[in-house]
Design a protein around this ligand. Sequence first.
Ligand SMILES: [Fe+2]
Length: 231
Amino acid sequence: MLNRREFLTIAGAGGVVALAAGSLAVTPAGRFSEKEEQQMTYTAKDYGRLIGLAGFSETLLKNHFTLYQGYVTNTNKVLDTLAQMLKEGKTATPEYGELKRRLGWEFNGMRLHEYYFENLGGQGGLDANGKLGKKLAESFGSVEAWEKDFRATGAMRGIGWVVLYEDPANGRLINFWVNEHDVAHPAGGQPLLIMDVFEHAYMVDYGLKKADYIEAFFKAVNWKAVEARLK
Ligand SMILES: [Fe+2]
């Protein structure tokens, strides 16, 4: 058994970690300072520039911004509570386990909305001869085939997201259905084009006509922002 002097201390990303006789604990010295914690707190971004976007009413957008802000607030809350529970040695509790599971949902709810709002607000269509257009054609045979698949994925029953992902391993582009916010993301994937297909994203303006929303979405895509995400 290791004695006190034999403890192996290593510096990790989260601070100083002590390994002793199979146990692992973050030392008080390894905690983030209050200032560092404040800097790492997530802040909701302002997407007010999108008000007036064709095909998206002000009411729909403002409701959507409020929902997004809720994900930012909850991401911070979950992270703070988990950090507190770690400090208090409550990691072996069902509450800790449930909150850990919740983190991916809240975090992705926040981040996907940011990708979504940031790939809206453009004018003009996709340039099929540009970098993105060529990569889409390589992966799907043609830009038209990609678009057909993306729209069909969005038309599926259920709530979630359609995400055009780039696989950095080989550059292949693939449309993924992401259930809710957190299920079916490809590990290491680079998100390029994100479409919200939760009902709150379209029902205020389009009722059950999701295809009409998808049409409006395609007219509103900022293709420059999407292309800039390519690795
Ligand atoms: Fe949403």
